[in-house]
Design a protein around this ligand. Structure first.
Ligand SMILES: Cc1cc2nc3c(=O)[nH]c(=O)nc-3n(C[C@H](O)[C@H](O)[C@H](O)COP(=O)(O)OP(=O)(O)OC[C@H]3O[C@@H](n4cnc5c(N)ncnc54)[C@H](O)[C@@H]3O)c2cc1C
Length: 272
């Protein structure tokens, strides 16, 4: 089968090409798309690319971070201002994958992949969509709930920079140091006068898309960040999750280990 490759200098033109053709697929780093093409995925008839420099831009100010969808994991690791995200970017594949794998591509990755998207969820990120209608910004959780049905181009993501060392991440794997994830947990736990205020917790591998642990977040509100303060959040840790049984782990196992790793992450007691 012949695949058409269309390259556009402007994001808006790439967005229209993507939305107009049913069999069109955007190519970013290609770590997942090229695998699909090599497997002769019949749903891909056209590959859409864009050379627009907007895709690769990184803007960091004291209050806000904006990442173009084409920013790679390697580019994140090279940016000191994004050091809170380095533990997440560092565990995505090996050096060759990180050199090309993008932020935008990770938003579409299915478990066991999608760790960066889960981290963005814990950062309360929004997604900027490009289309014939212009730019549109939507919350990441809304985007994730309907990403399979959209043939929309993501141009960037944005979020407020987390205060101090309030952002934490752990990837749980059975094969050390860099095996595929059983699950990962991202958490933003800001403290106001020694009490947790506005915690955000997100999981990858605990459902078909990255998801927020809203019951656990509520249980943390106003509590101290200590063993007693987090007890009810741990009891609610698996609420709303729907992990699957797969070759990496069973759903039962994922539910069993999640509160243990959440406890370690929140109390800073070391990683898996
Ligand atoms: C060996 C290996 C190990 C990996 N390990 C991990 C891991 O540990 N954790 C993890 O989270 N991921 C992992 N990944 C998954 C993955 O490669 C990356 O997470 C990555 O971010 C995907 O980005 P990409 O740019 O290569 O996407 P592509 O392969 O180019 O695209 C993936 C999908 O996203 C769509 N897409 C990409 N960009 C856009 C955009 N801007 N707008 C609209 N649609 C878009 C594409 O059309 C396609 O459907 C691994 C992959 C490999 C091959």
């Amino acid at each position: 089968m012949t695949i058409n490759v269309k390259t556009f200098a402007q994001l808006a033109d790439a967005a229209s090409a993507l939305s107009q053709e049913r069999g069109a697929r955007f190519l970013a780093g290609g770590t997942l798309v090229m695998r699909a093409l090599n497997e002769a995925d019949p749903s891909i008839e056209t590959v859409v690319r864009s050379t627009d420099p907007l895709l690769a831009h990184i803007a960091v100010s004291s209050g806000r971070v904006e990442l173009g969808a084409g920013v790679t994991m390697a580019a994140i690791l090279a940016e000191r201002e994004l050091s809170f995200l380095h533990p997440v970017a560092r565990i995505i594949g090996g050096p060759a994958v990180r050199e090309v794998a993008t932020v935008g591509g990770n938003l579409f990755a299915h478990p066991p992949y999608g760790d960066f998207a889960a981290a963005l969820l814990a950062l309360d990120a929004t997604v900027q969509l490009a289309g014939g209608f212009g730019q549109r910004e939507i919350p990441l959780d809304e985007f994730l709930s309907r990403r399979e049905r959209s043939n929309t181009l993501v141009s960037s993501v944005a979020f407020r920079r987390p205060p101090g060392d309030s952002f934490r991440f752990v990837k749980v794997t059975r094969t050390h140091p860099k095996g595929v994830a059983v699950l990962s947990i991202s958490a933003q736990v800001p403290l106001t006068s020694g009490r947790i205020s506005g915690a955000r917790i997100a999981y990858n591998g605990m459902g078909p898309t990255p998801l927020r642990a809203k019951s656990a977040e509520r249980a943390l509100e106003g509590r101290a960040l200590d063993a007693a303060g987090i007890a009810s959040a741990l009891a609610a840790a698996t609420d709303g999750t729907s992990p699957s049984d797969d070759a990496i782990a069973s759903a039962w196992w994922r539910r069993e280990i999640l509160p243990i790793h959440l406890r370690r992450l929140l109390l800073g007691a070391g990683h898996a």
